[in-house]
Unconditional design. Structure first.
Length: 262
């Protein structure tokens, strides 16, 4: 159930397509893509606070490619340790860093070098380098110690994983007991047609690998999480080329999702 890799593709091929896509987002944030990017999208479609975004370096905000808003799921307290397990250019990570403050820590992991470079530059410009730590890695094998994190945030990335269970088990491993998961991801309300599931561009655009809304809490629960619930929906593909091609028929939406490690 948790494995979504389309028949005929190996996971290595999909990962290369995902890497190419987000390498290009980092280099050409205003290029042509099937999905929205940037601060106007974040505030207009996902309810981020525009004033707060404007106070962050453009290196991070222009490359934002999330699908929901993990910061609306729950509070992050001063002094806590937060991990963004695929932080991209770091917009959510820097917002989390503002909440934890210099007594806390904000760790970002991402596999795409050009994205990490933007996140590092943004943290430096924001004067947060001493408590923002950007690491190279993959969310299937996080370079993070067991039970060392209070909150994992995630935005628009679990759908990109061929095997969702591995990703939820890694999040569970790094969270302390009582730790929270604030996850934004794409879900489909109806099962996708095979043509959509097997389109690598739609995979990299965060659509083809999406779970159904019913599966998301089931998989998180099977991986040891409790209190699993969808808290909010977003029309993250409205007015994109993906909407024109597929998402109107398929009811693809961004969701905020909460879960807790007991
Ligand atoms: C849709 S973007 C979202 C980035 C960021 N969360 C945001 O909201 O802007 C997907 C990100 O996931 C990263 N990514 C994809 N697969 C990954 C993996 N297996 N491990 C780590 N990062 C991955 C990509 O490099 C890209 O930066």
């Amino acid at each position: 159930m948790a494995i979504r890799c389309p028949a005929g593709f190996d996971t290595g091929y999909l990962k290369e397509r995902v890497y190419e896509t987000y390498d290009r987002v980092a280099r050409e944030p205003n290029g042509e893509f099937h999905f929205h990017r940037g601060p106007a999208y974040a505030s207009g479609y996902l309810k981020y606070d525009m004033e707060e975004l404007m106070a962050l370096p453009e290196e991070s905000t222009a490359r934002f490619a999330g699908v929901a808003n993990p910061h609306r799921i729950g509070k992050i307290a001063p002094g806590e340790t937060v991990l963004d397990h695929a932080c991209g250019a770091g917009m959510d990570l820097l917002l989390a860093a503002k909440r934890v403050g210099p007594r806390g820590k904000a760790i970002g992991v991402d596999m795409t070098k050009a994205m990490r470079d933007c996140a590092v530059a943004a943290a430096r410009k924001a004067g947060m380098s001493h408590y923002v730590d950007i690491r190279e890695g993959v969310f299937e094998e996080l370079p993070v110690e067991d039970e060392s994190v209070d909150v994992v945030i995630s935005n628009g990335v679990v759908n990109l994983a061929p095997d969702k269970e591995i990703v939820f088990r890694e999040i569970h491993r790094v969270l302390r007991p009582g730790g929270r998961l604030f996850l934004g991801d794409v879900v489909v309300q109806r099962e996708l047609k095979p043509e959509a599931r097997e389109n690598p561009d739609l995979w990299a655009a965060c659509i083809a690998g999406a779970l159904t809304e019913k599966e998301l809490p089931e998989i998180a629960g099977a991986c040891g999480f409790t209190d699993c619930r969808v808290t909010e929906h977003f029309d993250c593909f409205k007015n994109t080329s993906a909407e024109v091609k597929v998402s109107k028929d398929l009811y693809v939406q961004g969701v905020n999702f909460f879960a807790k490690k007991p």
